[in-house]
Design a protein around this ligand. Structure first.
Ligand SMILES: Cc1cc2nc3c(=O)[nH]c(=O)nc-3n(C[C@H](O)[C@H](O)[C@H](O)COP(=O)(O)OP(=O)(O)OC[C@H]3O[C@@H](n4cnc5c(N)ncnc54)[C@H](O)[C@@H]3O)c2cc1C
Length: 488
């Protein structure tokens, strides 16, 4: 008889949801987590603090109101790091409480400390104090230990002037200048936050471009906005060394350029947190980035051990990790479960934000899928004018063969929320006709869907008219059949 039916290692989104799902099935469950990390990277150093910081930046700088009140508009003129981090600490504290309470009211035991395997069914959890350890056995185990930022060995991180995405949350003052190394999602989100605060940011990226998986028009718009806020991009450039000087830092690039800045933030990828687990004692191993391989049911090579969340790799997002956790628990206990929908949204919380779902124009062109683009610009929407967003846009990609939605790409205010309308229509196999024939609240940003849908269908109609040489719209596969007379 084991101590637990399920032991979860890590309390981030994946671990939490695995534990709760198993508890709801009436199982005896425990979660092992370091005492100061309840809620995982997500709550303590990743998603929640970075998104709260962004909200504080947007509010205190008055950034989103400047279209309306002018470029010098500020809610607070001298924004301190204390102003920013107070909000973050408040939200993180609340989230930790919510998670702890949820686990406890579902009778999930919390084992405080760092866990390692003793054998495939036995785990010891070491607390911070000497002699504080707890050895438990479990029938099933879910590993949800997440990732940590990579630190290139040739760079000296002092966590004051040379930072990563964890230590950036502990800076003592808002820098006047900053180098961000790596233009991935995390790097570019922080670059845009500091730029909005007035920091002169230089982004160094070894690839020739950034966010290649997004719509290029959207990425161009983001780059335009960031350049407008004094962000300099150094694409195709590699960092040779970073020196810490009494005045700040000097970053030397392989090309010979040198960049002086108060701080350097590295965002050079993340590696799985697996080294403390002593996986070999459970019969498991990892790839060279510390990640664990799983099958479609999140099962590792060892039958009763599952792994979920960032530690298994792509897409390494909080929402996906939650569902993986829930499904792993269901699979472990033979509970029937449907697999996740393959259509998943991507949200990038830059300022302004980006979100998309479905295909990009490049993908459709490569796959030779004919499509039409429907475009809506926030500045032409009443809600866009009211909120002072003159740059936002929503782009629909519509199949010209059957009028289904193939992709939706949004840039600007509420992009990460708006995308879900398109996702829902696509997920249900809906066509652009749904948007044309649906009444939406006015004035809203959702109206962008209606405008883009009409734009796309007008273009499709124009092609048909030109092709047929007629002045009428030719019927499309989804048009309702003409009504027939009862006496026909
Ligand atoms: C700066 C940043 C911003 C992000 N923004 C977003 C965003 O906007 N949207 C989004 O969807 N995702 C975002 N992410 C990604 C998101 O945070 C992760 O996808 C998510 O946290 C992964 O969840 P997880 O379940 O893998 O566990 P994690 O949240 O990674 O937590 C893992 C936990 O396991 C614990 N652990 C590790 N080893 C042990 C051990 N041996 N014993 C006990 N406990 C252990 C750790 O202490 C940690 O608390 C962001 C990430 C970062 C870094």
């Amino acid at each position: 008889m084991y101590d637990y039916d399920l032991l979860v290692i890590g309390s981030g989104p994946g671990g939490q949801k695995a534990a709760i799902a198993a508890a709801k099935l009436g199982k005896r469950v425990a979660v092992a987590e370091r005492r100061d990390m309840m809620g995982g990277v997500c709550v303590n150093t990743g998603t929640i603090p970075s998104k709260t910081l962004r909200e504080a930046v947007l509010y205190l700088t008055g950034f989103s109101q400047r279209d309306m009140y002018g470029a010098s508009y500020r809610v607070k003129s001298d924004i301190t790091i204390g102003d920013l981090l107070a909000r973050t600490a408040h939200v993180v504290g609340r989230e930790v409480e919510v998670i702890r309470h949820q686990l406890l009211r579902n009778h999930v035991d919390i084992l405080g400390g760092t866990a390692h395997f003793d054998d495939p069914h036995t785990v010891t959890v070491h607390g911070a104090a000497r002699g504080d350890h707890n050895t438990v056995t479990a029938e099933n185990i879910v590993i949800a230990t997440g990732t940590r930022p990579n630190r290139p060995s040739q760079v000296e991180f002092d966590d004051e002037r040379v930072l990563d995405s964890d230590s950036v949350l502990q800076i003592k003052q808002v820098p006047n200048s900053m180098v961000v190394v790596g233009a991935g999602v995390i790097g570019i989100e922080y670059a845009s936050m500091f730029a909005a605060l007035g920091t002169r940011v230089t982004v160094v990226e070894k690839r020739p471009s950034m966010l290649d998986f997004c719509d290029p028009e959207v990425v161009e718009s983001l780059k335009f906005h960031l350049r407008d806020q004094a962000v300099t991009f150094r694409f195709g450039e590699e960092v040779e060394k970073v020196e810490i000087t009494p005045r700040g830092t000097v970053t030397s690039l392989v090309s010979g350029k040198r960049i002086a800045a108060d701080m350097v933030m590295y965002s050079a990828g993340r590696g799985g947190v697996t080294e403390e687990l002593q996986l070999e004692k459970a019969g498991l191993s990892t790839d060279d980035r510390g990640r664990i391989k799983v099958d479609d049911h999140y099962r590792t090579e060892v039958e009763h051990i599952y792994a979920v969340g960032d530690v298994i790799g792509f897409p390494a997002l909080a929402a996906t990790s939650m569902d993986q956790g829930r499904l792993a628990a269901y699979h472990a206990f033979g509970e029937p479960a449907r697999e996740l929908q393959s259509l998943q949204p991507i949200g990038i919380y830059t300022i302004p934000e980006i979100s998309y779902c479905g295909k990009t124009e490049q993908e459709l062109t490569k796959e030779a899928v004919p499509y039409e683009v429907g475009m809506s610009r926030y500045r032409e929407l009443a809600r866009g004018a009211i909120i002072g967003d003159s740059y936002g846009m929503l782009k629909l990609l519509v199949s010209t063969e059957d009028r289904t939605l193939l992709g939706v790409h949004v840039f600007g205010t509420n992009a990460t929320d708006l995308v879900h309308i398109g996702q829902a229509i696509m997920g249900c196999g809906g066509t652009v006709n749904y948007l044309v024939d649906t009444v939406l609240n006015y004035p809203t940003l959702s109206e962008a869907y209606k405008v883009a849908a009409l734009d796309a269908t007008n273009k499709i109609r124009a092609v048909n008219m030109f092709a047929n040489g007629s002045s009428d719209e030719s019927p499309t596969p989804d048009d309702p059949p003409a009504p027939t007379s009862p006496i026909d």
